[in-house]
Ligand binder design. Structure first.
Ligand SMILES: Cc1cn([C@H]2C[C@H](O)[C@@H](COP(=O)(O)OP(=O)(O)OP(=O)(O)O)O2)c(=O)[nH]c1=O
Length: 228
């Protein structure tokens, strides 16, 4: 979704409870899902995509990894905008991974696949089993340098998939820009038997917690369902 269309969504919502200044934060993410989710709440984010390399460090746990990336994505955009006199004060970034245990009980992190073959391999691992989706997000305030990182997990159980089903799913093309090679919000919904936790965590942004954190930090007031 373009910046213009997200603005239009927010402005056309006549009952939008978010003030003009609070509406326009900076979304440090190229994920169209994250933009769409925040726009649906009434925000009108300006998108700035970071170029942070996504590479897990040796000895870094999955949570440490997503938390580090969420902060690094926000900081990269803050640094890029340092010389700009943009009035928007808050930056939001996020990182989503899939975690599954291997035969030895070790946690394996699945990110976005490099190609269709890797997507098929990941889906083979997920078939007929449960895995965890973890999304970490970061709110960073440009004027004070303050930041807060939080992580939210959901458990997702897949139906059993045959190699033919996997091949047909990969052929839809929706695997390639998604952690774990599936999109629960698209055709991938038909792969998911049950989930425990928030659907939005799986899609890439746990909106309830994201709004809650911004309110706690003092960056949002007047939003419904928040006790300020
Ligand atoms: C599991 C799952 C992931 N995803 C997406 C969410 C994220 O966009 C993506 C994980 O990659 P991320 O690196 O978290 O995000 P991104 O590369 O899309 O965007 P950016 O780094 O600029 O913020 O996978 C879905 O859309 N649906 C799903 O069901």
């Amino acid at each position: 979704m373009s910046q213009a269309s997200s603005d239009a969504i927010a402005q056309n919502n006549s009952s939008n409870p978010i003030s003009d200044t609070q509406r326009g934060f900076i979304l440090a993410s190229g994920s169209p899902r994250r933009l769409e989710l925040m726009a649906k709440l009434g925000f009108a984010p300006k998108v700035r995509v970071s170029a942070v390399p996504e590479e897990r460090g040796a000895g870094e746990s999955p949570s440490e990894y997503t938390r580090r990336l969420a902060l690094a994505k926000a900081e990269a955009v803050r640094d890029e905008m340092a010389a700009e006199s943009d009035v928007r004060d808050w930056i939001l970034a996020a990182d989503t991974i899939v975690i599954i245990e291997d035969e030895a009980g070790r946690e394996v992190v699945l990110e976005k696949p490099a190609d269709g073959d890797e997507a098929a391999e990941m889906l083979g691992r997920l078939s007929g089993r449960a895995h965890v989706v973890e999304t970490s997000y970061c709110w960073l305030q440009r004027s004070t340098g303050r930041s807060k990182v939080e992580s939210v997990r959901a458990k997702v159980e897949f139906r059993e998939l045959t190699p033919e089903m996997i091949a047909r799913y990969v052929a839809t093309g929706e695997s390639l820009d998604k952690a774990g090679s599936y999109g629960i919000q698209e055709v991938g919904a038909a792969l998911v038997r049950r989930i425990e936790g928030s659907y939005f965590t799986v899609v890439g942004l746990p909106v309830c917690e994201v709004v809650e954190t911004l309110t706690e930090l003092g960056g949002l007031s007047g939003f419904p369902f928040q006790d300020e």
